[in-house]
Write a new protein. Structure first.
Length: 318
């Protein structure tokens, strides 16, 4: 199986390294619109390098698309039309109609379209599913210091969408209501946001995401009728409080496993070779994008309401 990494910025370079180290796949080439980046990575792994996607298509069976989000649709469409399997970084596209078109193309051509929601491969998320049962309330904090990378989209599409995908995967119910607030601080789009998602089965999720925080935090907490579970994505461990007879028992559970991106890439290779359905399908990516879009629309609605409630006041983003 020959593959190329399209886009070798920070994350694309990591994809290229992992692919190069994987004995089950051959890194056939790298592509980046920035000639210097393409040359640097190509020479590092002794593979051809290009600045145009079209040049690499005859050489490969599959591709990793790690370009900026606004280019996801255009680049992936070219690859699918050419009959290539694609591992596409999140978010799948910038709009739901674009995602729908890619899903249709992949289905028509019987191709793998896997979306890079890497937290699905976090050993802690995999392990927690063994003890999680019908959560009633979920609370998430994903906080990061500022980094210019990823700011071509709001924090909702940059970071919150990770947790939206995880929540949708674990709750498995339709979102029936979204309330949200977001504030642009250093960029033109929201840099910190909070969303409250209500599901048809009664579960409520409260998600707070920031890319302007002093410290880094990746935590998700679950409340269910017999237990409270607090999980740390980074440390890959959970604290569990639950009833045991007439007492409250506290346990700490440590999870271990492969590095999530390494597992994600190996899963993609297995899906292409064996014809299996991806762990994170194009439909999953589309569903996460749809809810993220609902959050963005709720943020805009809240800002419009603020203008009515605070006439003459300077509002976020102005």
């Amino acid at each position: 199986m020959k593959t190329a990494v399209i886009g070798v910025g920070h994350l694309g370079k990591i994809h290229a390294r992992i692919v190069n180290e994987n004995p089950n796949v051959e890194l056939a080439a790298v592509v980046d619109a920035r000639a210097e980046s393409a040359k640097e990575t190509g020479e590092l792994y002794h593979v051809p390098y290009f600045t145009n996607v079209e040049d690499v298509i005859p050489m490969i069976d599959a591709a990793h698309v790690v370009v900026p989000t606004p280019l996801h649709y255009e680049v992936t469409k070219k690859l699918l039309l050419a009959g290539k399997h694609v591992l596409l970084e999140k978010p799948i596209t910038t709009t739901v109609p674009e995602a729908d078109e890619l899903l249709k193309l992949a289905k028509e051509k019987d191709l793998i379209l896997q979306v890079g929601h890497v937290e699905r491969f976090n050993p802690a998320i995999i392990g927690i599913q063994k003890i999680l049962r019908d959560p009633i309330f979920i609370e998430v904090h994903r906080l990061s210091p500022f980094n210019i990378r990823g700011t071509e989209v709001s924090v909702v599409f940059d970071l919150m969408i990770h947790d939206i995908d995880i929540i949708l995967h674990l709750v498995r119910s339709d979102v029936v209501d979204v309330q949200a607030v977001g504030v642009p601080v250093l960029t033109k789009t929201s840099d910190i946001a909070n969303a409250r998602l209500t599901f048809a089965n009664g579960c409520v999720a409260n998600v707070t995401t920031s890319r302007i925080s002093a410290d880094r935090m990746r935590k998700i907490r679950f409340f269910q009728d017999d237990a409270y579970i607090s999980l740390d994505y980074v440390e890959q461990k959970a604290k569990l409080k639950h009833r045991k007879e007439w007492q409250i028992v506290e346990e700490e559970i440590n999870f271990s496993g492969d590095q999530p991106l390494q597992s994600e890439i190996q899963s993609f290779v297995d899906c292409v070779k064996l014809g299996k359905s991806p762990e994170v399908t194009g439909e999953d990516g589309r569903n996460a994008l749809k809810v993220a879009t609902m959050v963005e629309e709720a943020i805009k609605k809240h800002l419009a309401e603020l203008k009515t409630l605070r006439p003459g006041a300077k509002l976020p983003g102005e």
